[in-house]
Design a protein around this ligand. Structure first.
Ligand code: AR6
Length: 176
């Protein structure tokens, strides 16, 4: 599933975010201590090698919604942005924190003059965000930011399972 919004291509693909060699920056769904973990965080740290967690821990702690950037070490990308998504709950700040992850990651990517960035489904695994809500927030936030984007021309959502791919693809197709 792919859409062009202004100058920006947004796509949803099924796959592994550690294998996106054509993308400048990949985004990690980390924890506040930036100390490594399971899910996509574990996969990214395994693929990047032990230097990544040393570099990210040096920038910890961060709060839900915030993002920091490090080198990508053994990954085939230039940089890794580490975001902490919110743990899902009904608290009103939770959707704002999830949107802030995407906005802050894009701002860091723009600072690096990157052309492309890949996101996983932040908070949609261990942190329990419902897939349809996580997909809608992700896609809408990226599309809003696209209207201001300068260097970024390509945003890829890399979704690890069919149900997450379906939810994000539907959100992308519904974008007006
Ligand atoms: N590529 C792309 N997506 C992946 C990959 C991969 N290689 N592996 C898993 N996913 P999660 P969260 C998907 O739990 O909910 C960690 O322990 C996964 O199927 O990784 O933000 C951190 O350290 C799901 O759709 O992140 C934190 O403690 C999505 O990535 C906590 O988990 C996000 O799931 C963060 O939880």
């Amino acid at each position: 599933m792919q859409r062009q919004i202004g100058e920006l291509v947004i796509e949803c693909v099924h796959g592994d975010i550690t294998r996106q060699a054509d993308i400048d920056i990949i985004v990690n769904a980390a924890n506040k201590q930036l100390k490594g973990g399971g899910g996509v965080d574990g996969a990214i740290n395994r693929a990047a090698g032990p230097e990544l967690v040393k570099a990210s821990r040096a920038l910890a702690p961060i709060e839900a919604g915030q993002a920091v950037i490090t080198e990508a070490f053994e990954l085939p990308n230039d940089w890794v942005v580490h975001c902490v998504g919110p743990v899902y709950s009904q608290k009103p700040e939770v959707p704002k924190q999830l949107a802030a992850c995407y906005r802050n990651a894009l701002a860091l990517a723009e600072d690096k003059q990157a052309g492309s960035i890949a996101f996983p489904a932040i908070s949609a695994g261990i942190y329990g965000y419902p897939l349809d809500e996580a997909g809608a927030i992700a896609v809408q936030t990226v599309a809003e930011r696209a209207r201001e984007a300068v260097s970024i021309e390509h945003v890829r959502f890399v979704l690890f399972s069919e149900d997450v791919l379906a939810a994000f693809s539907e959100a992308l197709s519904e974008l007006s």
